[in-house]
Design a protein around this ligand. Sequence first.
Ligand SMILES: Cc1ncc(COP(=O)(O)O)c(C=O)c1O
Length: 440
Amino acid sequence: MSLANGRTYRAIPGPSETPDAVQRAMHRSSVNIYEGEIVDLTHSLVPDLRRVARTTHNVAMYICNGHGAWEAALDNVLNPGDHVLVPATGRFAHGWAEMAVGLGIVPEIIEYGLQSPFDVAEVEQRLRDDKAHRIKAVMGVHVDTATSIRSDIAGLRRALDAAGHPALLMADCVASLGCDRFEMDEWGVDVTVTGSQKGLMVPPGLGIVFFSPKAAAHRPERVSRYWDWGPRADPDMYYQFFGGTAATHHIYGMRAALDIMMAEGIEAIWYRHATLARAIWAAVETWGQEGRLRLNVVDPAFRSHAVTALAIGAPDGQRLRDWCERNTGVTLGIGLGMAPPDSAERHGYFRIGHMGHVNAHMVLGLLGSVERPERIEHPASRGGRSGGGVGHFCQRRASRLIQRLSATPVSSTAARPKLARSAIKIQPRLTPNITTQAVV
Ligand SMILES: Cc1ncc(COP(=O)(O)O)c(C=O)c1O
């Protein structure tokens, strides 16, 4: 007997929950790829993807995952032997650098560990020191999904400009696009890489690369026919969108996902993610007052709004995940990269994915699940408490926070509660009817 039967919540940091409308759109037999609806649908994705990334630049789509999009981006702007600078925080910057090595590119890594964002001032100094401009690109991961650190991509542009350095700015937004505020054009990003399976709410399988005219002009001596972004971004014939057979079902799924996103508005999406993330942090901080549970990232300004990495001590991370999945239908993410994969210590970490198709009742249910397991040593259940005390209090705190924030109309900035550590004014650009503040 289990209380988990019913609608589950895969609170892993990607693939994220797939909305019913996306599932329905993909549930079909084969599609004519030569003419008809699929052609129009594919064209229609481009302007909406631009809206999500806040860019007027080029969009290239690939049938691939994030690794493929990483490689596509690198292959279109760099030659073997070129040097790139990689300020690395967490796990995924290393992954991207490894892909670069596979293409004969030479990454120079500045390491920032598992709990801090990269240091923009240090990057600037390194760029100033590169008088010969050997560095051809700076590769930054916006949100590192393993550690939940959000780094300052706009700061990398300021560093490049302050140093008068011509290198390209390349951003990995696999975990942040459609969740955290990201402004490709305003932040001066030349290449943005993402995948379909997180903030975009579509199953894994579509890789997307946005690129500026400056990046297009960086074309190396040779580009792989398959990864070449030119024909994909500006196809003469339909098959060139995908360099072959189109990603038929993903195109339908992406259309449905973008319809949902356009209806909500990108600023409102950022605001929802920011609010739900703060509710999770409020709960965890309250639990943490009495026990070992803690957020991996200390400074809220550098926490992702899409994923939260936590430590509770081994083996309770594993036990908590097992308990929640078996008993409440909530699947928490494993800890990633925080301890050696074969160590017992790795069971002391877990992650909560709160990206994409996630709302307040899901997060409150998740928090209620996490605070219940009484046999796990956990601040919410210490001394045999059964949901009273700190645990109950913290869920109430999260729920009050959500109620307060959602009671304020999105368009009203004046009455917004003072929860933001710093408020960012979001300039309405492509969806001018919504103005709001992002809570960071
Ligand atoms: C930030 C980030 N970059 C890149 C990737 C690689 O994407 P994929 O696993 O789809 O190849 C991931 C995957 O989780 C990621 O979180």
